[in-house]
Design a binder for this molecule. Structure first.
Ligand code: HBI
Ligand code: FE
Length: 294
């Protein structure tokens, strides 16, 4: 994806740049606030409770956050920091940042004419979508483990299957909770239309997470997903990532045909869209936070 292996002029050797927080216009902060409010309304009862809890703790509703202040807060919680980059960075650079608990984020924000769709991930996708779950200790560990796995995968020539794992978890993952299916993937969490589609539309298939199955499945970058994978918990995702030796999986995958998005295999466990997917508000003690809020 990147055109240069070397950072362009003005970009540090690790591909970071200053965020330039002081340079955001009032309009840029206004775009952030519009998106933020809209998305908070959409995500009540749809996002995984840990995301909404992280969002609350990060205090980002007033405008594009200053990465220094945001990082200081996040570092106290889970040891992660947020660093600015000019756009997509080379895979090895991306993985090295994750392995060092640094999340790379674009510093620019989409224009008011492209609130619903954009091609390159901007600061709203990267920070609103990804950073709140980095406050969750288990998810935070998964992201680091993924970065380490990425560096190993590059050495094994296995970027493609590993990129599919990122796509179907970090970007477009769903999780089963006691209250029903919830969103944890940042690509969904930062999109109003896909937040509804991913949970409520009958068209996509929702398949129980299986590492090999995920790594075999191609994905689309230009439309809503046709397949979502559902994890039982962040603990399961972390455990599988830490305890599986990916090398034999990559070897097996090399001899198997890839699967298309939307394809269903006889062995797939499908997650039906029951009434449980949009529960009525519960107020009983111990009900998920999101069910009580809003
Ligand atoms: N760069 N800025 C940025 N953001 C990403 O999500 C990203 C990247 N470079 C490479 C990359 N992702 C891929 O390697 C992963 O999607 C697997
Ligand atoms: Fe992303």
């Amino acid at each position: 994806m990147p055109l240069h292996a070397e950072p362009p002029p003005g970009v540090a050797p690790d591909w970071t740049i200053p965020q330039g927080f002081e340079r955001y216009s009032a309009k840029a902060h206004g775009t952030w606030r519009t998106l933020y409010r809209r998305q908070v309304r959409t995500l009540a009862g749809r996002a995984v409770p840990a995301f909404l809890e992280g969002l609350r703790r990060l205090d980002m509703e007033d405008g594009i956050p200053d990465f220094r202040r945001l990082s200081d807060r996040l570092e106290r919680l889970t040891g992660w920091r947020v660093v600015a980059v000019p756009g997509l960075v080379p895979d090895d650079v991306f993985f090295a940042h994750l392995a060092g608990r640094r999340f790379v984020a674009g510093n620019f924000i989409r224009g008011p004419h492209e609130l619903d769709y954009l091609e390159a991930p901007d600061v709203f996708h990267d920070v609103f979508g990804h950073v709140p779950l980095l406050t969750h200790p288990v998810f935070a560990d998964y992201m680091e483990a993924y970065g380490r796995g990425g560096l190993r995968a590059l050495g094994l020539g296995a970027l493609t299957p590993l990129a599919r794992l990122y796509w179907y978890t970090v970007e477009f993952g769903l999780v089963e909770t006691e209250a029903g299916l919830r969103i944890y993937g940042a690509g969904i969490l930062s999109s109003r239309s896909e937040s509804r589609y991913a949970l409520e539309d009958p068209r996509p298939v929702r398949i129980a997470f299986d590492l090999m199955r995920v790594m075999r499945t191609r994905y689309r970058i230009d439309d809503f997903q046709e397949t979502y994978f559902v994890i039982p918990s962040f603990a399961h995702l972390l455990e599988v990532t830490l305890e599986t030796d990916f090398a034999p999986i990559y070897r097996t995958l090399a001899s198997l045909p890839a699967l298309e998005p939307g394809e269903v295999l006889p062995g797939d466990r499908l997650c039906p869209l029951g009434r449980r997917s949009r529960p009525r508000r519960r107020t009983a003690p111990g009900a998920p936070l999101e069910a009580r809020a809003g």
